[in-house]
Design a protein around this ligand. Sequence first.
Ligand code: 5U1
Length: 706
Amino acid sequence: MKKPKSSAPSEAPQRAGLAAARAEHARLQAEIAAHDQSYYAEDAPTVSDAEYDALRRRYEALEAQFPDLVTPDSLTQKVGVAPSEKFAKVRHKVPMLSLGNVFSDAEVEDFVARVRRFLGLPAEAPLAITAEPKIDGLSCSLRFEDGALVQAATRGDGFEGEDVTANVRTIGEIPHHLKDKPPAIFEVRGEVYMTHADFAALNRRQAEAGKPVFANPRNAAAGSLRQLDPAITAQRPLHFFAYAWGEASALPADTQMGMVRAFKHYGLPVNPLMVLCHSAEDLLAHYRAIEEQRATLGYDIDGVVYKVDSLALQNRLGFVSRSPRWATAHKFPAEKATTILHDIEIQVGRTGALTPVARLEPITVGGVVVSNATLHNEDEIARKDIRIGDTVIIQRAGDVIPQVLGPVLEKRPAHSHPYKFPEICPVCGSAAIREIDEKTGVADVVRRCTGSLICPAQAVEKLKHFASRLAFDIEGLGDKQIEQFYHDGLIMTPPDIFTLEARDKRSLKKLKDREGYGETSVRNLFAAIDARRNVPLNRFIYALGIRHIGETNARRLARHFGSFDALREVARHAELGSEARSEIENIEGLGGVVAEALADFFGEKHNETVLDALLKEVTPQPMEAVASASPVAGKTVVFTGALEQMTRDEAKAQAERLGAKVAGSVSKKTDLVVAGPGAGSKLAKAEEYGIETISEADWLKLIGEG
Ligand code: 5U1
């Protein structure tokens, strides 16, 4: 049963929305993750780009509307999935980003308006934005040192990709040496792709040789680049367009357009359709022009990318999670098809959410074979009366996922019957219930397994999350291994991971004797586990998989509390109405839902027991100070009154980049108040508490911008 909520009654309608959104969010997440896995790790997308985009957009819209939905494994905090095991890994010095998506004209107008608002640009002030085709290929980062190509890596999960240097060297149009005088260190990023003609010829050759054909040019490009034998890549005609950069010892230009011209000057291929626009109307006109040429370009594109041209403005705009505020992708519309719904499979997630997945008669939509799709949730299935055996309309949008839009009633088989969503967990048999919000009386749209501790599905998913890349990141302990270890009773809770070696020493059935293991792999696994005994605090918090504590919120908590003990002490006493509860609620970016989730988690005796055992094995390290050299790192800052040099959003983003915590209200814990004209009660309170108060100009001087 849910605990009483801390919100005011006036928030009740919002809460009802939140419950529904939470359910939908969880379901979308499971599906998107599955599609990401197929696409990035297996080069075998199960859905069309358009479908995937639709899911992803819905997911992001939910988070935008309900920021508390940023869950521990929120996909907005990640880019792609972990690289495959067959290539050496390359850690990107500068992460490879993902782009936000827009679909409609109104959203493009919104994007431009948002940029202007963030920068505080008046309507008459010019704002140049580039527009270029979004190539449907495989992102790749090329590292040049003193002009020589020294390394090439795929994007992987955005932080770590695969070393494909030898393969990239076989791509004719990528120079091994840049012309003229490029920066001494220069990482150029872009898209590796295959043309339609080359794709058709390759598939003909594959078919003639009795080998499998590729579903689309992007898969063919990915499959060709990620060949362990570069000689095979060399036989595959791949191309490249450069459009971005990572680490650079200097920049040859101060605009996006200038950078792309510099790429060209150094001998790199760039897309000829990039233009400079000056308004949303300009962008839309170019979008339509590119859309018209789409069929005759000779290579696949899936939209148009817009980027603020000035690098200085890009810098000011910064990022939201892993996507730049200064760029977005305007995607082409979704494609639809009909197929048979063979079954509805219920998956059980880490939080016990039951997620319905459609198992479909495989069908090709936009060049991608689709066999699974999202059914969203129980209510959606009922509302649309989707039945097993129905012919259903599916839609595929964007880079990977599909959704079931609804049944084709004329084709409904006789004797079909409405789908009955299970009321018991298909994994552990516990009751699966829809929690009723005590305030609103509204049932949560997600049905959850109540078997928490005894449900193997939840336990395994929690362990997978704990060892995952953004959490403990334990090499050699992937999903498959966790499933096996759990199944064999070797790892049931996180502390078991760290006692595995000691137990193995005492055991008669050694790990090294298991199928798939040997002396070396076991030694490596134990070393990888040992290497994580000191883990950054933010990762530790994130790894616990507390509801609503995604990567961003974990970082906020780590910054605020500094140590796990401090967080635990407060969270343990965060009952409704307490000072501890309001301390958490008042951390910038958090709020009542997160505070409640923390109080729930730390109020659970079982969690405390597991934590005690875990803390005997692992020491969370205070988070490495972001920009620790900055004079405001670790300080709690409050902005009040009007700011004249920048908008409030920009000030906040900048302060956070420099490692400061930005709070909405003045308390005894505030270190600094930046007060502009019109500052009122916050300024008075700062004076009352004797807190240092400075002007906006002094703030800018303090952070080296004045
Ligand atoms: N054409 C193009 N595609 N694309 C993808 N430009 C572009 N820029 C990207 C991505 C991920 O990222 C930059 C905004 C860094």
